[in-house]
Ligand binder design. Structure first.
Ligand SMILES: N[C@@H](CCC(=O)N[C@@H](CS)C(=O)NCC(=O)O)C(=O)O
Length: 210
């Protein structure tokens, strides 16, 4: 086993960090990265993290030369260039843009779900803004409907950047928004997810239950 040359700023509850961890599993690079688990939120930042990462978000990846990469999309792209197996992000052609677009759609689900989490968990209940929450939920529902309608065959064709991102988004909805019950309106997506969540990379990175 080699000594890790990089450090990943990490939280087991972060779906964006989870995408990076899944790629590390899938590409056999886990032993190259030391894990630095931190606790943070927009109202309790981590000063060490902010130094070379002004947005103060995770994931961030400190490289061997001390420089820091963020955000998850940049880190995934970087790590996908550091292994010798099949790329998980197509390098060129229409496949590249399509797979990245599906990954971006999954990130849009996550952005909305994380904002809902902050609004409902961090902000006092008497200040919750229902219209704003409803519109974030609608973004999630529209994105899920698009995946169900247009993307099942594509998601099933490869476990790559698109599939990793969608799987992590669905895992986060189960973790933080179980009442959404997304499976009821998306039976094909539910079936796809039931299969892929058995992959060792997804099993090993499941969010904490408590
Ligand atoms: N677009 C970013 C989003 C990362 C993100 O929102 N991370 C959350 C944790 S899940 C975070 O660091 N929140 C702290 C904050 O917003 O200050 C990415 O893809 O990495």
């Amino acid at each position: 086993m080699s000594t890790p040359s990089m450090t990943l700023f990490h939280s087991p509850a972060s779906p964006f960090v989870r995408k990076v961890m899944v790629l590390l599993h899938e590409t056999g690079q886990l032993d190259r990265v030391a894990i630095n688990t931190i606790t943070l939120s927009p109202v309790s930042p981590d000063s060490g993290l902010n130094e070379d990462n002004p947005a103060g978000k995770i994931p961030a990846l400190r490289l061997a030369d001390g420089s820091v990469l963020h955000d998850s999309r940049v880190i995934l792209d970087y790590l996908d260039h550091q292994h010798v197996g099949n790329p998980l992000i197509p390098r060129e052609g229409s496949a590249r843009w399509r797979r990245l677009m599906l990954a971006s759609l999954a990130d849009a689900i996550l952005d909305a779900a994380v904002l809902i989490r902050y609004e409902t968990f961090l902000r006092p209940a008497d200040k919750h803004w229902d219209l704003w929450l409803d519109n974030q939920r609608e973004k999630i529902e529209r994105a899920l409907a698009y995946l169900e309608r247009d993307s099942i065959a594509e998601l099933s064709s490869a476990f790559d950047i698109a599939a990793i991102s969608v799987a992590c988004a669905l895992g986060y909805l189960d973790f933080r928004m179980p009442s959404l019950d997304w499976r009821a309106a998306q039976p094909q997506l539910a079936k796809w997810y039931a299969d892929v969540r058995q992959r060792p990379s997804l099993k090993a990175t499941e969010p904490p239950t408590a």
